[in-house]
Design a protein around this ligand. Sequence first.
Ligand SMILES: *Cc1c(COP(=O)(O)O)cnc(C)c1O
Length: 386
Amino acid sequence: MSSLDFGKKRFGATVRDWNDWRWQVRHAFRTRADLECLFPLSPEEAAAFDGRPLRLPVAITPYYASLLNPASPLRRIVVPTAAETRRGAGEYDDPLGEEKHRPVPCLVHTYPDRALFLVTGVCPAYCRYCTRARLAGRGAGLSSRANWRRALSYLREHAEIRDVVISGGEPLLLPDEKLEWLLWELRHIPHLELLRISTRVPAVLPQRVTPALARLFGKCQPLWVSVHFAHPDELTPEAARACARLAEAGVPMGSQTVLLRGINDSPDTIRRLMRGLLRMRVKPYYLHQCDAVVGSAAFRASVQDGINILRALHGHTSGYAVPLYMIDAPGGGGKVPLSPDYILGRKNGTLLLENYRGQRFRYRLADGDPFARGRRRKGPGAGLLA
Ligand SMILES: *Cc1c(COP(=O)(O)O)cnc(C)c1O
């Protein structure tokens, strides 16, 4: 069944309804009864509605619901379970320590030259592993003009910030006029050389990428769009069309994917996703280790699997298809890249390297290259690590 057929059958939707993003938002599945119309809930899913209140609202656009079936790997991404209400060891409401780097309500300023602008807390579909569940669904404060103005003043006063990531919540739930106003204000801050928008719309609400929106982004260059895709099943003709509109408007795109246990944590799934994104002209940017947010234990893949996946990509497929694998350090340490180790040893000014096939090679370093001595830690008491 095509997704439009699903819409006709379930809602009596016309083509025009189905392609209207506001119609999609209005008809989102939000309650237990809504979900029960999709398929019978498992005991663990039903229990999500019986016990402690959910930390994160439920919403699934009709479009995304049309991609679900009882066995779909996408089901756990959007359908809550009771597990998400349980706080596991080492889990936090604010795993990245963003609250202590929030000089004004809408801004997280962790890195010296870039800032995260949270423009809304609302999403058209809530991912159950959301790192910002503490803000999600409580959008009013974040999207008020007064708070935006405070954020803009902060950005004007901090000339060291050259890159602003517009995120949320889902920034593209804002109407075009509000986005245009905001992008224009940001464009007029001379030290902001780069704007970025982080969005999951191409995956969950591709109808939002209208020709007008693509034109607006095309006018605001350099503006990069970071799209969050979780699984190759999300790479539908609709998603491809949304990305094509952006690409054709001259908007460069990168992707972000959270590594999710039992959903996408296999080399084959990630390879298919990354290759599919490249075909849609999206450069795979980050593969994120799932943050330790409350209730996320069931989603966190093993770091060993993450490293193995990177090993299965590098050298085996286009280098453009290989993202960086990142752990966001708890408490606001920032993102740390993890990589398989291809340096097996160092001896007599040479490196022993391993290629993607496991073959070994000696590479002679230039005389005096400090790299021959291994990694030297700065600071008192630090010694050689490798
Ligand atoms: C991820 C992030 C950024 C952007 O980081 P890049 O590595 O440049 O993509 C900026 N601010 C915060 C708080 C972040 O978490």
